[in-house]
Design a protein around this ligand. Structure first.
Ligand code: NCD
Length: 309
């Protein structure tokens, strides 16, 4: 019997450790289903899921769509570029319109922090945050945790180093929130311009060189520079200099444990935050395992929130 009592999936912050474990355990079933010869089941038959993405996305949108369809739901993708948003409709009016159509879940991505939290009380169905500004991206952190747990057996005791544009990364924030619940030794590496001013509040040690930060790591998670969220002049370094100092290559990776996992939420910029040689190295890189796990983890989230089981 499920203990899961959340109505929405808004951020990692409001999940307790038991909620996270329940999502990861349920994902095991769906990841197995996805690699079997018949990938479809009927937990969400008769339910409707709306994907409402105000920002570009390949992985997350496709993954949510597949997740809902594999559970038998009907899925509508609202393309904001060709919707009434282009005619000046407000967010509240768009949400009220979708809500009036009796949908069971809204999966939303938005460039402003706090939008999923803002719309949750306005709708009857569940709201799932697919990334809000630089705030949170809970399903990304859940799928990352899933892959770490699958590869390493457990999260407790791991050293996970997150490198790159911490300030603008919702992936970093959700991962820090999740991994701290498991007592993981989380470390950050970035140039000073990529740390938020209140970085102390994150409650994890910070480093300004890869060589120091990566030492003995079990997992190195690389982040894309979020150019779309950078203010003019905020990033005063050439991409070459950034790559030389903070790009992950095999020489820097040799400071980590021999069986270190390299993760990246994608999309990656090859030879900027990580070399092609590392991202394509099957001994370390798990980027496609992350994508694969993402579908199963999102199935688990949808099933726990709107499934009948
Ligand atoms: C991330 C995102 O959109 O926050 N990508 C993703 O969801 N897989 C990270 C990024 O865009 O760099």
């Amino acid at each position: 019997m499920s203990q899961f009592a959340q109505k929405h999936l808004l951020d990692i912050e409001r999940l307790c450790l038991i909620d996270v474990k329940e999502i990861l355990d349920r994902a095991d079933v769906f990841v197995a289903q996805n690699s079997s010869s018949f990938r479809k089941s009927a937990q969400l038959a008769g339910k409707t899921v709306v994907n409402l993405f105000y920002e570009p996305s390949t992985r997350t949108r496709t993954s949510f769509e597949l997740a809902a369809k594999r559970l038998g739901a009907d899925v509508i993708n609202v393309s904001v570029d060709s919707s009434s948003v282009k005619k000046g409709e407000s967010l509240s009016d768009t949400i009220a319109t979708i809500n009036a159509m009796q949908v069971d879940a809204i999966v939303i991505r938005h460039k402003e922090n706090g939008v999923p939290q803002f719309i949750a009380p306005l709708v009857k169905g569940a709201v799932l945050n697919a990334g809000d500004g630089s705030n949170e991206h809970p399903t990304q952190a859940l799928l990352d945790a899933y892959v770490m747990r699958q590869r390493k057996g457990k999260l407790e005791g791991l050293r996970v180093v997150i490198c790159g544009d911490i300030e603008h990364s919702r992936v970093a924030r959700s991962n820090i929130n999740l991994l701290k619940k498991f007592g993981v030794d989380v470390r950050l590496v970035a140039p000073s311009c990529f740390y938020p001013r209140d970085v102390d509040k994150l409650g994890v040690p910070v480093f300004e060189t890869m060589e120091q930060g990566i030492e003995n790591a079990d997992v190195v998670m690389m982040l894309r520079i979020q150019h779309e969220r950078l203010a003019e002049g905020e990033f005063a370094m050439s991409l070459k200099e950034y790559h030389d100092r903070f790009g992950l290559n095999h020489a820097k990776l040799s400071k980590a444990k021999p069986d270190v996992m390299v993760m990246h939420p994608g999309p990656f910029n090859r030879n900027v935050e990580v070399t092609s040689a590392v991202i394509d190295d099957p001994k370390h890189s798990v980027v496609l395992e992350q994508v694969e796990a993402g579908v199963g983890v999102r199935m688990a989230c949808l099933d726990l929130l709107i499934g009948t089981g």
